[in-house]
Design a protein around this ligand. Structure first.
Ligand SMILES: C[S@@+](CC[C@H](N)C(=O)[O-])C[C@H]1O[C@@H](n2cnc3c(N)ncnc32)[C@H](O)[C@@H]1O
Length: 283
């Protein structure tokens, strides 16, 4: 079978299963199978595909039809111009989370800040910050050892391993043995924030494929925020900053969690105008 025939066939199969962006998905999966980029498909559309390559391509198309996210089939996702390995052990990095990184970079344009990334997942936040901020020293935590394994590989891929310490455990507690109380300049977090009752309403791809531990933040979605605030107060220097991503419609509730120990700063909206990033300074 020729390249263009395989693309047409796969596109039809994906359309039958109502996969959005069927043609693009087919092209990306075939390019991946051939170890080429998409432009290769255009310039070699008459080329024959080997039987083994076709077999493997068809198997991936079937997985995509059944709902496996494209990023898990490709094993990668771009975040802030960097390529990250992703597997079903980690949340697929989202574009809105880039805003959290931007907010941190604006606050620490120079210097050697000590920064924690709570719930690091693929490591996208910690690695992107370390990559852009050469003096920064990071502490990245996660409850999931499987996620930390991927995060370590991503740090190594982008040559920032020596500036990020990956630690397994609950929120900031793994920093306890490191004598870091009142020593951090910044705490960053994109915590799980979906309310349990909202889980069934999530897109099937998200609900069935991404780790539950990365999605659900207790009955109301607020569990991690409520526990992280007092821990951040403990580990931040006076004047240190907490920057967190928040879920849809959470602005008022999250604002209410900050007491007089904090100076709440402006919320930042994502590309759809939804308040998405909250930043607050410890008094
Ligand atoms: C929404 S994901 C964010 C992943 C990554 N930082 C990103 O922005 O793509 C939340 C992450 O928090 C981790 N997590 C959940 N509960 C945690 C806890 N109590 N302590 C540390 N990490 C936790 C999950 O395993 C998951 O990797």
């Amino acid at each position: 079978m020729k390249i263009h025939e395989a693309i047409v066939l796969a596109t039809e199969r994906l359309e039958e299963a109502a996969v959005p962006g069927a043609r693009l998905n087919a092209e990306r999966l075939l390019a991946f199978e051939l170890g080429q980029d998409r432009s290769y498909l255009l310039s070699h559309f008459q080329e024959l595909i080997t039987d083994s390559c076709l077999e493997s391509f068809c198997a991936r198309i079937e997985c995509r039809r059944r709902g496996t996210p494209l990023q898990y089939l490709l094993g990668r996702q771009e975040f802030r111009g960097l390529e990250f390995e992703v597997t079903p052990d980690v949340l697929i990095p989202r574009p809105e989370t880039e805003l959290l990184v931007e907010t941190a970079l604006e606050r620490f344009p120079i210097g050697e800040p000590r920064i924690a990334d709570v719930g690091t997942g693929s490591g996208c936040i910690a690695v992107a910050v370390a990559n852009a901020m050469l003096g920064a020293r990071l502490f990245a935590t996660d409850l999931s050892e499987a996620a930390l394994k991927i995060a370590r590989r991503n740090a190594s891929r982008h040559s920032v391993s020596e500036r990020i310490q990956f630690l397994q455990g609950d929120l900031l507690l793994p920093l306890e043995p490191l004598d870091l109380e009142e020593k951090l300049d910044c705490v960053l977090s994109n915590p799980p924030y979906v309310a349990e009752r909202d889980l069934p309403a999530l897109q099937k791809e998200v609900r069935e494929w991404e780790p539950r531990m990365a999605l659900v933040g207790g009955p109301s979605g607020l569990d991690i925020y409520k526990r992280l605030l007092p821990q951040a107060l403990r580990f931040l220097k006076p004047g240190g900053t907490l920057i967190m991503e928040i879920g849809y419609n959470m602005q008022a509730t999250i604002t209410g969690l900050f007491d007089a120990s904090w100076n709440l700063e402006a919320m930042r909206e994502d590309f759809s105008g939804i308040p998405r990033i909250v930043a607050a300074r410890k008094q």
